[in-house]
Ligand binder design. Sequence first.
Ligand code: NCD
Length: 299
Amino acid sequence: MYHIISIKDFEREDIDNLLARAEEIDTQGVYERSLEGKLVALLFFEPSTRTRMSFASALARLGGASICVDSVEGSSIIKGETLADTVRVVSGYVDAIVLRHPREGAARLASEFATVPVINAGDGAGQHPSQTLLDLYTIRQSMPLDAIDVGLLGDLRYGRTAHSLAYALSHYDVTLHTIAPSGLELPEHLLGELKERGMEVIAYEDVSDILPSLDVLYVTRMQRERFPDSASFLNVAQSYRITPEILTGVKNSLIILHPLPRAGEIDPRVDDLPYARYFEQAKNGVPVRMAMLQEVMGQ
Ligand code: NCD
């Protein structure tokens, strides 16, 4: 059975094929109601706007339907049911499961008990493969993933979108520039993997030091809910903010991405600058997730 749990399970060719399919859907409207009659469970045990709604939208456009659980409180998890039991039961109701869960590794575990395909829609500070695919898709709309400099800014320790994206970019000719407050750098094990894969990764504390050389700036939110205490959150919360002023001297072709939601990291005045691509990025979630749903359900 085909699950999508981690971007690490993808070869470069798999990524390229999926993005090509998304592009066909997006630009030529090449899709039929190929998932007519299919039912997907959206199990979201953490808040979500974009991921949940774009999966639901993607499915509806392909003729399928979704049923969802929106919170731990609204499900039997609150009564002490294990995730393993939940996915076993839900497997009997649907043709695929999309799962978001606060615990790292939850999607992998779910895939071991599910009898239908599982798509990881974010597991704690772990991975977020569907976000990464739409991030890559958005970059490719502006430039080839070839000889480019990508900056990852913000909470790189707890930000799962940064983890998945950094790994995916190691398939391509990309130099990675990481800009994070002290203590919130990319996890050591991931850094080790990237370097083993031959990726050049350079760390900075101040974004201005690298901004003029970047082709892509990927901004992330401080993952407040994953900080061990609120004092450590407050210490770093205001230290990274992209404003029009800081962007003087950047390349004309720079694109700024953010998985959203933003919580002050990007000044709204940046939205009107030509660099801002985060709303298009969010929109790209639909064709990319249509391609993913077709893939896991074998259509
Ligand atoms: C991200 C997430 O949930 O990891 N949001 C998303 O899916 N677009 C980023 C975040 O919450 O900061």
